[in-house]
Design a protein around this ligand. Structure first.
Ligand code: HDE
Length: 694
């Protein structure tokens, strides 16, 4: 079998099930008793000869491996990448060489700052790391959901990470950027400010890993069969659009369901609705390297899509959950230097540092040099070399030699030529003096931060300003807050004034006029939306008006929405509707929309139920679509929200509030369509945010 014929299932060839099997020791000896240790008499001491007891405890004591220093918390999934638009003119990468070529993948999404047990919905950048098991070996695209990074040179990474991690004295706060050491660092390193704008934006609060973009961040290099190079930036674009949560909601979700993003990915895949992303590339011919007002090697810069458009070359669908979290998601080992022929590096000093760091990390995390033999890391391409031994060696090499050159084994494994798929590093002329000095072309730290700010809609700008006020409000040292506000004045004076005002600081002078440029592609305001996989909470009680409700539910479900009936009691409601979950076991923050069906008795009971009113009020506050039918309209009207959004009758779509007061005139279909449209719109920030008791 050629390596190209091997499939994703091959990665699971070490799966073990225990059905119909007997409990054994590690040596395969069957075990009779595992609840009592071997003791001298019923109340005497335990015997050291109890090998089963000792093995069980020893294995337990050694279960943990070091969590990742960064990106400790994550979720993984398998899937397939399919090339849709081959680009052999710029890269000889085999997995991008032919339309329809399929390559198995494993993706791990992650948060960055928190420990393994931290909550999913914290304000943070997200990891988006993809391992392509290509026919020519593994290729890892180890990206994030922001297109830029905090620092320009990898030598600063330990400083940055120490600053963002909890304060060293007391390990507080967990998974939060709102504390002194991070903002101290930021205030002293203005190169961070562009990424900080992203971190304060809604991009740092993704609704789902399924609604999140991914970026390779660095400028990489494609190389074609003739050895010609082309600069490339990688982008993943989610088919469902890029959508976020709101800050207040993320805080509540962190308590109600700390696994919110992991669960969402898992559930979507289990229900056959795994996420889909397009892979886009921005290509820059080498001749154009110096045609930008920033340096392509500077990872704190984007290439605006309006300047170099995205070319979509493939799509990725994630459709299989791992079988075992530890074996797969925890042990997966990514490395930026895992490249295949056709993909090469640039001299971006951040990328160069990463090419050192990931292998080093894997050696300590996975206990030795044989981690590439773990099933999730093992290439589907065949592996033959003279590397030997070390902890955890699984292969039984039968070759009589372990060196090159050799004649005893006929020179095998033999060297390959590039035409046989051998990797050849890009030929690049480099000369210069040995220095520690940043290129002056890396000096502009503010222009793109301003570009990002200018590209935001009103509500996105408001969220950013609020985030700065929150984060800096948690910073105890006033001189740090002041220094950050001074940097903001170089980004946009209006932003700096707003933040300064909120913090009770003086507004710095307006010394850096805003350049006024924007990149519309950066805003989340005009993202494509869909009802598919959106979660709708249906608030009901005994006496619910089942007919109209079923009609609307059928319409929403046929479009892929996940509707759950929540009621004060489990089972079936009088009226014949099946209850999916108890009202109190969930919360409105765990849904994308809330629907209140009619039925006088049902509404009467919900009216007296604080939890139900809270669903409505919170959903409204978080700018989510609200639907109400018949008597349900009254309940929405009585909730502590701004009634200006309700009309007496008929179809109203005022900023995502959709009501149908009377079901007599057969307008249910139109109601369902309007509600679906509101759900597809994700959030309705044009709604005046009423003061709602939280
Ligand atoms: Fe990482 N990074 N990183 N990073 N990174 C790690 O590797 C590092 C950077 C990213 O799901 C570590 O296996 C350095 C940028 C992701 O397993 C470590 C520098 C980007 C993941 C490491 C960076 C990333 C990591 C920790 C600056 C986006 C999770 C555990 C030079 C393009 C991968 C591990 C997974 C993980 C080092 C900067 C993305 C310590 C030194 C920029 C998605 O090796």
């Amino acid at each position: 079998m050629s390596s190209g014929d091997r499939k994703l299932e091959d990665l699971s060839r070490d799966r073990v099930g225990h059905e119909d099997e007997r409990l054994t020791t590690d040596q395969g000896v069957r075990v009779e008793h595992t609840d009592d240790s071997l003791t001298v008499g019923e109340r005497g001491p335990t015997l050291i000869e109890d090998f089963h007891f000792r093995e069980k405890l020893t294995r337990f004591d050694h279960e943990r491996i070091p969590e990742r220093v960064v990106h400790a918390r994550g979720a993984g999934a398998y899937g397939t990448f399919t090339c849709t638009d081959p680009i052999p003119e710029v890269t000889k990468a085999d997995f991008l060489a032919e339309a329809g070529r399929e390559t198995p993948v494993f993706v791990r999404f992650s948060t960055v700052a928190g420990s393994r047990g931290s909550a999913d919905t914290v304000r943070d950048v997200r990891g988006f790391a993809t391992k392509f098991y290509t026919r020519e070996g593994n290729y890892d695209l180890v990206g994030n959901n922001f297109p830029v990074f905090f620092i320009q040179d990898g030598i600063k990474f330990p400083d940055f990470v120490h600053a963002v991690k909890p304060e060293p004295r007391n390990e507080i706060p967990q998974a939060s950027s709102a504390h002194d050491t991070l903002w101290d660092f930021i205030s002293l390193q203005p190169e961070t400010i562009h990424m900080v704008m992203w971190l304060m934006s809604d991009r740092a609060l993704p609704r789902s890993y399924r609604t999140m973009q991914g970026f390779g961040v660095h400028t990489f290099r494609f190389v074609n069969a003739e050895g010609k190079g082309t600069f490339v930036k990688f982008h993943w674009r989610p088919k469902l659009g890029t959508h976020s949560l709101v800050w207040d909601e993320t805080q509540k979700i962190a308590g109600a369901d700390p696994d919110f993003n992991r669960r969402d990915l898992w559930d979507a895949i289990e229900s056959g609705n795994g996420p889909e992303y397009e892979l886009g590339v921005q290509l820059v011919p080498e001749e154009r390297e110096h045609n930008f007002d920033f340096d392509l090697l500077d990872a704190t810069k984007i290439i605006p899509e309006e300047e170099v458009p995205l070319r979509i070359v493939g799509r990725m669908v994630l459709d299989r959950n791992p079988d075992n979290f530890f074996a797969e998601t925890e042990q997966v080992a990514f490395h930026t230097a895992n490249v295949v022929p056709g993909i090469d590096f640039t001299n971006d000093p951040l990328l160069q540092a990463r090419n050192f760091s990931y292998l080093d990390t894997q050696l300590i995390r996975l206990g030795g040099p044989n981690f590439a033999q773990l099933p999730v890391n093992r290439p589907l391409a065949e592996v033959h070399h003279h590397q030997r031994d070390g902890y955890g060696q699984h292969r039984i090499d039968v070759s009589p030699v372990s060196y090159h050159p050799n004649s005893i084994a006929g020179g095998c494994p033999a060297l390959a030529s590039p035409s046989e798929g051998a990797y050849r590093h890009y030929t690049e002329r480099v000369d210069g003096t040995k220095i520690r000095k940043r290129s002056p072309s890396f000096e502009d730290h503010y222009s793109q931060a301003t570009l990002f700010w200018n590209s935001m809609s009103d509500w996105e700008q408001q969220h950013i300003a609020d985030a700065f006020q929150f984060e800096l409000g948690k910073v105890e040292r006033e001189y740090i807050r002041e220094r950050v506000v001074e940097h903001l004045a170089h980004v946009d004076h209006g932003l700096a004034s707003q933040v300064a005002g909120g913090l009770g600081l003086e507004t710095p002078a307006d010394t850096s006029p805003n350049h006024g440029r924007s990149s519309p592609a950066l805003s989340q305001a005009n993202q494509p939306g869909s009802v598919a996989t959106r979660k709708v909470a249906v608030l009901a009680a005994d006496g619910v008006d089942a007919g109209p409700l079923e009609h609307v539910l059928q319409s929403l479900r046929s479009q892929g929405a996940v509707c759950e009936v929540l009621a004060p009691h489990a089972g079936t409601l009088e009226g014949g509707v099946t209850v999916d979950r108890g009202l109190l076991t969930m919360a409105s923050v765990l849904y994308d929309a809330v629907l209140v069906p009619g039925g006088r008795e049902s509404v009467e009971e919900l009216r007296g139920n604080g939890a139900a009113m809270r669903y409505v009020a919170e959903a409204f506050k978080h700018a989510k679509p609200l639907g109400a039918i018949g008597d349900g309209v009254a309940l929405v009207r009585e909730a502590p929200i701004d009634n200006a959004h309700l009309s007496e009758n008929g179809l109203v779509d005022d900023a995502g509030v959709v009501t149908l007061a009377s079901t007599d005139n057969g307008e249910l279909d139109a109601f369902a369509a309007a509600f679906a449209q509101a759900i597809a719109g994700h959030r309705h920030f044009d709604r005046r945010l009423a003061a709602v008791p939280a």
